[in-house]
Design a protein around this ligand. Structure first.
Ligand SMILES: [Zn+2]
Length: 317
């Protein structure tokens, strides 16, 4: 009898373990892709990319087994002064309108974020107008594109105004924090962000894109995430509503040492703050491959990976 019982209990145990590790096949697929863009007919020649509408994105999400995506309008891109486009504020408005039309036709699967170059005089009015459009839930800011640095007090004031708008309307903000060209950018910016920007919007969810940098890839000297990690270590209350997306930071070329650094920072801020995102050119060329590269390369436990995949912010519910 014991001879039959032992293998049986071993079988039961392994069935139980298999049952728990079998769910990950689906459970380790992200619930939400937090960093996506579309390519409108107006944006295609600027980005030099083929057009991509909401329907095309939904097909990619289906292929990856992902239910929802956050679609960040690239309206800001038209108002990057280096592009020198005529009537940039009109182009920004038209891009936000087009993005709203795409996301609102997606049956609730696409969550729109409005954008504008925050340094334009028209930015605040445009963001507020856009947040009234169907399907548009949050604000996307791109410091690099707009030439914004928190070290300049006039820039900082403007960013505080945008976060003040988000707070007043209770809307989330996703911010690409890295300064233009990555120059004069580091831990100091993360500390300024926590003490001077987050304080302007204490009640809304804030996502720091690309793990504080810009992708593709992640720097070996990462003073920005080191500063956020230290804030998490000392239980800084400004970290309360902060999230970090990992869009394009891990690629096929990522070294094991760099992937280990990413894992260390994820643990430091906590995997419950880490959101998966693809961006326009995901590693490996598809939404699915981008996730698989991240999942396979970053040395986290299956449980930690499941936490990241399962993270659903309030604004994505
Ligand atoms: Zn992006």
């Amino acid at each position: 009898m014991p001879i039959r019982l032992i293998p049986c209990s071993v079988l039961l145990l392994s069935a139980c373990v298999a049952g728990r590790t079998a769910t990950p096949a689906t459970a380790t697929t992200p619930r939400v892709d937090y960093h996506q863009h579309l390519v409108s007919p107006a944006f295609a020649p600027i980005a030099k990319l083929p057009a991509r509408d909401g329907r095309a994105l939904l097909a990619e999400l289906d292929a990856a087994g992902i239910e929802k995506a956050v679609v960040l309008s690239v309206g800001y891109s038209f108002a990057d002064e280096r592009k020198n486009l005529p009537d940039p504020d009109r182009l920004t408005r038209e891009e936000n309108d087009w993005t709203s039309a795409q996301v609102s036709a997606a049956g609730g699967r696409l969550i729109g974020f409005c954008s504008a170059n925050p340094m334009r005089a028209a930015a605040l009015a445009e963001l507020e107008r856009c947040l009234g459009l169907p399907g548009m839930r949050g604000i996307k800011l791109h410091f690099g594109n707009g030439g914004v640095t928190l070290r300049d007090t006039s820039h900082l004031r403007r960013i505080q105004e945008v976060f003040g708008l988000a707070e007043r309307l209770r809307r989330p903000v996703l911010v690409h924090m890295r300064a233009r060209g990555g120059a004069n950018y580091g831990g100091e910016d993360a500390r300024l962000f926590l003490s001077r920007v987050v304080t302007a919007a204490p009640d809304v969810e804030i996502v720091v894109a690309h793990f504080g940098y810009s992708g593709p890839g992640y720097p070996d000297a990462d003073s920005v995430m080191a500063a956020f990690g230290e804030a998490a270590d000392r239980h800084d209350p400004h970290m309360r509503n902060l999230y970090f997306d990992v869009a394009t930071i891990v690629t096929a070329e990522t070294s094991p040492a760099n992937a280990a650094l990413v894992a260390r920072r994820i643990r430091q801020v906590g995997p419950q703050r880490v959101l998966y995102g693809s961006d326009l050119s995901p590693p490996g060329g598809s939404v699915r491959s981008g996730w698989e590269i991240f999942r396979d390369k970053v040395p986290l436990t299956a449980e930690e990976m499941r936490t990241i995949a399962g993270n659903v912010t309030r604004f994505a519910r």
